[in-house]
Design a protein around this ligand. Structure first.
Ligand SMILES: Cc1cc2nc3c(=O)[nH]c(=O)nc-3n(C[C@H](O)[C@H](O)[C@H](O)COP(=O)(O)O)c2cc1C
Length: 156
């Protein structure tokens, strides 16, 4: 399977998850700063991940995906993930409410991938960190590997 993982990461948590997913798929994870549109077509599976920041993906990831020509991902199976803060680790009730209702990067990424012709092959997934900058919640690496395992075997 010709698969690729592209990620953005500020503090390293999304990178860790991206590497786990790439290893499970037997492929490479490359940072968004090194991703070029040409690399994204002709794939069997494209997995994209970003931290959730202000309820959405990073600017770098949004820019890459929005900049893809229409139908660039036609026929490519796609899946999106994000990292996000675990609600139970937020002390302020008001902030907890806002984060819960504000939305997450993965669903936005999945919609953009679909708009570019990608076939969404799994529901967008979030992996949790336990503070604003991490670290990842225990067990999230294993959960990411399991999620990736499901991507490889699904057919459209
Ligand atoms: C400026 C800023 C905004 C954030 N906004 C959100 C948010 O809207 N929702 C959320 O769940 N987590 C939010 N977080 C927590 C990030 O999701 C967390 O930093 C990220 O998962 C870490 O991934 P990274 O190490 O790959 O950068 C925010 C963190 C920062 C620093």
């Amino acid at each position: 399977m010709n698969a690729l993982v592209i990620y953005d990461s500020v503090f390293g948590n999304t990178e860790t998850i991206a590497q786990v997913i790439a290893a499970a798929l037997g492929t490479q994870a490359i940072p968004v700063s090194q991703a070029e549109a040409g690399r994204l077509c002709g794939l069997d599976l494209l997995v994209v991940g970003s931290p959730t920041r202000g309820f959405r993906p990073t600017e770098g990831m949004a820019k890459l995906l929005h900049g893809l020509p229409k139908n660039h991902l036609t026929g490519v199976r796609v899946a999106a993930f994000d990292t996000r803060i675990a609600l139970e680790t937020i002390n302020s009730r008001a902030l907890r409410f806002l984060v819960d209702k504000g939305g997450y990067a993965a669903s936005t990424l999945a919609k953009t991938l679909e708009k570019k012709g990608g076939v969404v092959t799994a529901p967008p997934e979030g992996f949790f960190v336990t503070g604003e900058q991490g670290p990842l919640k225990e067990g999230e690496g294993e959960r990411a590997a399991a999620w990736a395992g499901g991507l490889g075997t699904r057919s459209e």
